[in-house]
Design a protein around this ligand. Structure first.
Ligand SMILES: NC(=O)c1ccc[n+]([C@@H]2O[C@H](COP(=O)([O-])OP(=O)(O)OC[C@H]3O[C@@H](n4cnc5c(N)ncnc54)[C@H](O)[C@@H]3O)[C@@H](O)[C@H]2O)c1
Length: 246
């Protein structure tokens, strides 16, 4: 049975993506470091493995655990992420590292640990970045920089693993009302996003998950090295949207 690893699967976009994979007949290994939340997030057709993606030894252990249970890895969704918004002057090294170690180191580590299994299955990787990696804005010095790194890491992986038949793409979600976003989106930020997004609303977890599952499927068999924004049009627009709305 085709098996996908989804990191950060206890809630939010990762949990929604897990359910969409299962609907398509995949088996899913749900990975998260929040053990109580992960155990609560039961999805028939999926199994849970507690793991902090920023811990190299834990990642090695998790991947061999998954391979022992499933025998194969056909897709990897590097979705685990943390958000911390603050001005540069207040972002001390500890806050910077905290964001980098999950958002960027985690993607590097889990991908590397899955590389040979993915080559064997000629599988696919989808890395989750953000619109904050596509455009700079205030308060996102660590978060935005980590996500820009994820976009480039995607292209490095696609360039190197293409000859093994492994496809690697990146999804940049726009704002979605998950726990991560609501912890850092003030009312002002919510209003600013509405103004800047042509579709004039937040996205849903499923709207992001549908694109992730598509990119992991055979329907995307000639798509690799791409950065795809699922953002209601945010990235495609420039200045003046609120003033120029009809
Ligand atoms: N929600 C948004 O508006 C939005 C926008 C753009 C990008 N994203 C990205 O989408 C991804 C999912 O975010 P979400 O909004 O669903 O967040 P969420 O907080 O609801 O879920 C993230 C999950 O990742 C887990 N996690 C965090 N660090 C981990 C680690 N080191 N090891 C293992 N698990 C870890 C958390 O425990 C949590 O269950 C993140 O990469 C985030 O940066 C979200």
């Amino acid at each position: 049975m085709k098996t996908a690893i989804v990191t950060g699967a206890a809630r939010g976009i990762g949990l929604a993506t897990t359910k969409l994979f299962v609907e398509e007949g995949w088996q899913v290994a749900m990975i998260d470091r929040d053990a109580p939340a992960l155990m609560e997030a039961k999805v028939p057709g999926a199994f849970q493995v507690v793991c902090d993606v920023s811990d190299p030894a834990a990642v090695e252990h998790m991947v061999s655990d998954v391979l022992e249970r499933s025998g194969r890895i056909d897709a990897l969704v590097n979705n685990a992420g943390v958000a911390d918004f603050g001005p540069i002057a207040e972002t001390d090294f500890e806050r910077w590292r905290d964001v980098m170690e999950t958002n960027l180191d985690g993607v590097f580590l889990v991908s590397q640990a899955c590389a040979s299994a993915l080559a064997e299955s000629r599988g696919a990787v989808v890395n989750i970045a953000s619109i904050s990696g596509l455009r700079a804005s205030t308060l996102r010095v660590a978060y935005g920089t980590s996500k820009a790194g994820v976009m480039h890491l995607t292209q490095q992986q696609a360039a190197e693993w293409g000859e093994h038949g492994v496809r690697v793409n990146c999804v940049c979600p726009g704002p979605v009302r998950t726990k991560l976003a609501m912890a850092v989106h003030t009312q002002d930020i919510i209003d600013a996003y509405h103004d800047a997004i042509p579709l004039n609303r937040y996205g849903s977890e499923e709207e992001i998950g549908n694109v992730i599952v598509f990119l992991c499927s055979d329907k995307a068999s000639y798509v690799t090295g791409q950065v795809i924004a699922v953002d209601g049009g945010f990235q495609s627009t420039g200045i003046g949207l609120p003033a120029l709305r009809g």
